[in-house]
Structures are given as structure tokens and as C-alpha cells.
Design a protein around this ligand. Structure first.
Ligand SMILES: Nc1ncnc2c1ncn2[C@@H]1O[C@H](COP(=O)(O)OP(=O)(O)OP(=O)(O)O)[C@@H](O)[C@H]1O
Ligand SMILES: [Mg+2]
Length: 342
């Protein structure tokens, strides 16, 4: 499958996905989306899903998932392999039909063809035709997007420059490394200045420089008012660019918020303590998960508001507390904790 704006992808993505009315581009729907009908276009959330569910036979890939993504934010959709991230994206883009629930994307119901023109999409697995040059791929997608011919050249140039492939524009895709192909996929998703850009694991094939570049592109999209929905299992990626994230597991959202909110009040605390007997941890494990680190005791997952009680308890156990250093929990630790709580 090749990346393109999602209306095109409906024609080529997986089997059960074809929306009513067939595939490919159609004439704009006269009814208009909520955005167009609204006296304040663009004020609806970028994505608003309620109870979204997708079953594949016995498998519940998406389980009554509710989610709101604001305009002009970078929203990270985090979850382990098989959590349902790609399936949610396919539902939101109208490439698969939900078994239950509903959602509005850019103010329009799922599958609205005109709205899909305003969504750029980089799928997680795709292949371009090897014989086409990068420019030809971009031009083809300009055509599929029904962009006016007069702006194709400018769109093509700006896309190639943004993804750092300007010098390679006339080379065939078959001669590109997989990272370069992924960049080109991103370039296609940027065509037509989409209001919403959906990126499914956009940096999986990229080297550190490429990852950095993609983060810059994502920030640039937000700065010009686009919303970015970023599927990733790379926490580092989320930490660098996301305004808010949802953690998804087994098709359910298990936490949503800013990264600070997600890390929450929990963190590790390092205590430099002398005088505690071997059984010290019996009394402290109700505050977090304790371990020894030389003269230090480290407790993971401590609620910050309980640090004074922790110190009091340590003293009561006979410890002499020489230093207390609260440390913010890493997103990874919190992520594992959230998944472990399930
Ligand atoms: N077309 C399909 N038919 C049957 N089961 C499917 C189909 N698509 C997805 N699933 C199942 O739905 C669940 C969620 O898959 P999905 O691809 O959405 O996960 P993901 O979070 O994107 O994972 P990854 O990080 O590996 O990309 C998995 O159990 C998967 O096997
Ligand atoms: Mg996936």
C-alpha cells in the first residue's frame, strides 16, 4: 500500500475497509461537514470518538474507546504491539468500519469523503512503486488528491525540501533506502496542507538524524495549526513532541493527559539512610517498590505527597536520613506500571 491522503487509501487498504459507495475519489459531498456548516469552522475537536469498538471475529481489537484530540495539538497514541493503535487509525480514516461506537473527525462523521481530503496519512506498512521517481510519486498523489495542477510543482518542491530529499527527487524509489522511503511516505502525507496528519509509526525505519528531522516536521505542522495524531510505541518519540498522549492497551485507553499528568505525582525517591536494620524494607514497601543502592534506598512509584510520611517512617524504623532526592518517574517506568496495573 502506498501512503496518500486517506481517500486514496480507501481504494488500496485492507479488505473489509471499503466504505459504502466504493473506492477512490468522489465528487465533494454537497451536504458539507460539521465544520463547513458551523458558524465557527475549525472549532470542533480534530477527533472525537465515543465508545469506538472493532471486533475481528473473537478478537476485540478496539474496545469501547473514547478519545478527544484538540486542534493544533500533537497527540501521541502509545501502546504495546497489538494494542489496537493501527486499527483505531483505520477506523478514524474510514478504512475499516467500527463494530460499535461513533466518532467525528474534523467535525465530520467517519468515512466522510470530503473530509478525507484534509487528512494526510502515513501508514505503518507501505510500498511505493519502485520504478517511479520521488517526484512522480508526489505528483501522482497530488493528482489523486485532486489538487489544482497549478500548485503541483510547488507542493512537490516544498514536500521534497521538508523531508530532505530534494536532491534525490529524480531518483527512482527502488534505489531508496527504507528510511528514505519512509521520508517520502511522510512527504506524501504532507501534500495539500492537511488539517490533520495521521502518522503510524513514522520513524520506525529512520536513523537518529531522521528521527530528529521528523520531530522537527511534526513541530512545524503544529506551529502552522495542523493536528498531528502520532501512533508510536517509542516513548522517547512521544516525550519529544507530544502535547498530550493516550496510552492504549488491549483496545482500551488506560490513561490520557499531558506527559506530566501521565507521569503524575508518582516518581522515585532516593534516600541516603544509615542505621536501618536488614528488615528495613518491610516498613517502606507500602510507599513504593524499595531497593538498596549502596548507602541509598531507592523507592520507585512513590506518591510525592507521601514523601514526608516516608521520611517519618524511615526515622521511626531507626534510620538516620541524610538526604532525600525526589526524582520524576520516567515515562517508560510509568508506562510499564500502567500496563502492569491491568
Ligand atoms: N484485519 C485483521 N483481522 C484480524 N485481526 C486483526 C486485524 N487487524 C488487526 N487485528 C488484531 O487486532 C489487534 C490490534 O492490532 P493493531 O494492528 O491495531 O495493533 P497495533 O497497536 O497497531 O500494534 P503494532 O504496535 O504492532 O503496530 C491485534 O490482536 C491484531 O491481531
Ligand atoms: Mg500498528
Amino acid at each position: 500500500m502506498s501512503p496518500a491522503n486517506s481517500a486514496d487509501r480507501a481504494a488500496i487498504d485492507h479488505g473489509d475497509a471499503v466504505p459504502p459507495g466504493g473506492v477512490g475519489r468522489s465528487a465533494p459531498q454537497p451536504s458539507g461537514t460539521e465544520d463547513e456548516r458551523s458558524p465557527h469552522p475549525g472549532t470542533s475537536p480534530a477527533i472525537h470518538a465515543v465508545g469506538l469498538t472493532k471486533r475481528f471475529g473473537e478478537t476485540v481489537a478496539v474496545n469501547a474507546l473514547s478519545l478527544t484530540v484538540n486542534r493544533a495539538e500533537v497527540f501521541g497514541f502509545l501502546g504495546p504491539n497489538g494494542a489496537g493503535k493501527t486499527t483505531v487509525v483505520k477506523l478514524l480514516l474510514g478504512l475499516a468500519r467500527p463494530s460499535g461506537g461513533e466518532a467525528l473527525v474534523l467535525g465530520a462523521p467517519l468515512g466522510d469523503r470530503e473530509t478525507r481530503r484534509r487528512i494526510g496519512y502515513l501508514p505503518e506498512l507501505f510500498r511505493f512503486q519502485a520504478l517511479l521517481t520521488a517526484r512522480e510519486v508526489l505528483r501522482l498523489h497530488c493528482k489523486l488528491l485532486a489538487l489544482p495542477r497549478s500548485i503541483w510543482a510547488a507542493q512537490e518542491r516544498s514536500s521534497l525540501q521538508t523531508i530532505g530529499l530534494f536532491e534525490r527527487g529524480d531518483d527512482r524509489v527502488g534505489t531508496f533506502s527504507k528510511g528514505m522511503q519512509q521520508r517520502l511516505g511522510l512527504g506524501v502525507a504532507l501534500l495539500g496542507d492537511p488539517a490533520l496528519v495521521v502518522l503510524d509509526e513514522p520513524t520506525s525505519a529512520l536513523d537518529p538524524v531522521g528521527r530528529h528531522d521528523v520531530r522537527e516536521i511534526i513541530r512545524g505542522l503544529r506551529d502552522r495549526g495542523s493536528t498531528v495524531f502520532l501512533n508510536t510505541h517509542l516513548l522517547e518519540e512521544a516525550e519529544h513532541v507530544c502535547d498530550r498522549v493516550a496510552v492504549v492497551d488491549k483496545g482500551r485507553t488506560i490513561a490520557t493527559g499531558t506527559l506530566d499528568e501521565l507521569r503524575g505525582r508518582h516518581g522515585s525517591v532516593r534516600l541516603r539512610v544509615t542505621g536501618l536494620t536488614d528488615g528495613w524494607w518491610h516498613g517502606l514497601d507500602r510507599f513504593g517498590r524499595p531497593r538498596r543502592d549502596g548507602d541509598w534506598i531507592v523507592l520507585e512509584g512513590v506518591d510525592r505527597s507521601r514523601i514526608p510520611d516516608l521520611v517519618g517512617e524511615t526515622v521511626a524504623l531507626g534510620g538516620r536520613v541524610e538526604a532525600v532526592i525526589p526524582e520524576q518517574q520516567s515515562l517508560e517506568a510509568r508506562f510499564l506500571e500502567l500496563l502492569g496495573e491491568r
